[in-house]
Design a protein around this ligand. Structure first.
Ligand SMILES: [Zn+2]
Length: 177
């Protein structure tokens, strides 16, 4: 079996951010992905002069952090903004600007990385903490399976778990099909 990689870019423009409604835009893509994964389509290879059955899977998405939030349904703002650390997100509230800043990135370094011992260059302390383990797909599914998905047009907020505001359309199609 030959593997080929291709890239699909999507840009959603408009005066307002799509939030959970992004799933409306993604729906046709999901349908295509399901067809291409389950059944595949016959495609003609002009170079080899033969046709073959093409199957396709979504390998990853590349996006900025706000778009990550919209795609995954994870709240990327506030005191639990880090999707890896979740409740253990390291943050500090600035006294004057009242902004939330995120710290503690050195815990993602190797155990004996020299930066862990630097005090002055960072927050004045050495870093001994180790980084949290990212959740796997099933663990995330356990968290989001009962989340009530609310679209903008339904306005009223009915968030069950405040750090997850929807089941990702990518996730749903891969778990439940
Ligand atoms: Zn984190």
């Amino acid at each position: 079996m030959k593997r080929k990689y291709m890239m699909l870019s999507i840009m959603i423009s408009g005066p307002k951010q799509p939030r959970n409604d992004i799933d409306d835009y993604l729906n046709p893509l999901i349908e295509d992905l399901q067809l291409l994964w389950n059944e595949g389509v016959d495609v003609f290879d002009a170079f080899k002069n033969e046709s073959f059955r093409l199957h396709l899977m979504l390998f990853c998405t590349t996006n900025d952090f706000p778009a990550y939030g919209k795609l995954s349904g994870y709240s990327v703002k506030g005191h639990r903004a880090c999707p890896i650390c979740e409740e253990k997100t390291s943050y500090e509230q600035l006294k004057h600007g009242r902004k939330t800043v995120y710290l503690g990135h050195r815990r993602f370094l190797k155990k004996y990385h020299p930066y862990r011992r630097l005090r002055k260059a960072f927050n004045g302390y050495e870093e001994y903490e180790i980084c949290p383990t990212p959740l796997n797909g099933l663990e995330i599914y356990e968290k989001i399976k009962n989340v009530n998905v609310t679209f903008e047009k339904m306005k009223k907020k009915q968030t069950v778990n405040e750090i997850w505001n929807k089941r990702s359309i990518f996730f749903l199609s891969s778990v439940l099909v």
